[in-house]
Design a protein around this ligand. Structure first.
Ligand code: COA
Length: 370
């Protein structure tokens, strides 16, 4: 064996009817192309597609949105726990802990509850995040409810305590669609491994949140923003990237395990980033990002993944950088839910082998003789 399957690259680890990625068919959710979904659908429509395995009719979508709105209430015990979490905590840990806590308050007693729990998590995550964030950084305790029907609008309304700008809300809606599902990525695989032990739904999602947190996965959008924000001009950006590459550092937001020439989601979010920059007459963040893209292609033939232009797009919406990866959770919970449901429908424990590379069998040496 050896390094060939390091990181399970290229290994088919199971079957799934949820998404195609990479070369061949491109990125599709249940057969629908990401371009069509990003152009024509709403995030709630995509959530329904992923969780319930069909596109909703207009009546079903209206009912689904109303249901999600009705599921936003934060239990008082959850709020008490959120208030105890220190302000120095990374917001991903808020969602990880909040999800786990909800699992103690509204436990999954049997698997028939899985759709209801998926909807509850989807509905409650924005309020959970904003409750903790505003309690610590704006000195206010919010209800976690808003007048906005969509998840994108709801999150922005809670975060900024005002009606969201339409362009920003529309961008975030598209972004949630783009982040919703991506086959056997690390966090989804973690969710499936947990689900395959017949553990509960919350444990699977908690595992996934912890896995998404790392900078090689979801955390890349925050790291990309840190680089962009550190540069004042495109020339600065070029110097900074060249320096980092010379030191063999990775530039976060570039490259991908399954895509080799481009990430089909990147141009969609890039166009939104540009639109927001132009609307705000604040294009420098965008032009700096474009220069980084050009340098990475020239030097390494590496292309931006979804995380790279999401960084500037989110920044244009006044979203604090530390909340970028939690937004990924607010979206990907739909894909994770679809995978947990699919795993359970035809379950087998996921337990691969390891190639042993440790010492040969040897004699135990008593502690006083070592
Ligand atoms: N910046 C600089 N070099 C990069 C790079 C990046 N973002 N991504 C990959 N490379 C280089 C590696 O250094 C390595 O070079 P080497 O062969 O000279 O050692 C080569 O490309 C292969 O990279 P590797 O990390 O082994 O590929 P992978 O398939 O295991 O990893 C990622 C894929 C996504 C983890 C990787 O591209 C990466 O770390 N990107 C940055 C993090 C990121 O944006 N993650 C979000 C993914 S959606």
């Amino acid at each position: 064996m050896s390094n060939k399957s390091a990181g399970l690259a290229g290994v088919v680890a199971g079957q799934s009817a949820i998404a195609t990625v990479g070369t061949g068919q491109g990125l599709n959710y249940r057969g629908y192309s990401i371009d069509d979904l990003a152009m024509h659908a709403s995030f709630e429509e995509v959530a329904y597609l992923l969780i319930y395995n069909k596109l909703p009719t207009r009546a079903e979508l209206t009912a689904y949105i109303a249901k999600l709105v009705s599921l936003r209430t934060l239990p008082s015990e959850l709020k008490s726990v959120l208030r105890l979490i220190p302000p120095t905590t990374h917001p991903m840990d808020i969602l990880r802990t909040g999800c786990s806590m909800l699992g103690t308050l509204e436990p999954e007693l049997d698997f028939t509850q899985q759709f209801a729990i998926a909807d509850r998590l989807l509905a409650i995550l924005p309020g959970m995040l904003c409750y903790w964030y505003l309690y610590n950084f704006a000195d206010k305790e919010i209800s976690g409810l808003s007048d906005e029907a969509t998840i994108a609008g709801h999150f922005l309304a809670l975060l900024h305590s005002r009606k969201p700008d339409k362009l920003q809300r529309d961008m975030l809606d598209v972004s949630l669609i783009l982040y919703a599902e991506h086959e056997f990525n690390a966090s989804t695989f973690a969710a499936r491994v947990t689900a395959a032990t017949l553990s509960d739904f919350y444990s699977a999602i908690t595992s996934a949140i912890g896995t998404l947190r790392g900078p090689l996965h979801g955390g890349a959008n925050e790291a990309a923003m840190e680089l962009i924000a550190a540069c004042i001009t495109p020339d600065d950006a070029e110097r900074e990237v060249m320096q980092r590459l010379a030191m063999k550092n990775k530039i976060m937001g570039f490259g991908h395990r399954v895509y080799k020439t481009c990430d089909p989601r990147s141009n969609i979010i890039k166009a939104w980033s540009k639109k927001l920059g132009v609307a705000q007459s604040a294009e420098s963040l965008y032009t700096i990002s474009e220069r980084i893209e050009a340098v990475m292609w020239r030097e390494k033939k590496l292309f931006p993944n979804l995380d790279f232009y999401s960084a500037s797009a989110y920044h244009y919406c006044g979203i604090p950088t530390a909340l970028f990866t939690p937004i990924f959770v607010m979206s990907r919970v739909t894909g994770w839910a679809a995978h947990v449901i699919e795993q359970r429908a035809d379950n087998r424990l996921i337990r691969p082998d390891a190639e042993y590379i440790g010492p040969d069998p040897r004699k135990y040496v008593a502690i006083d003789n070592r």
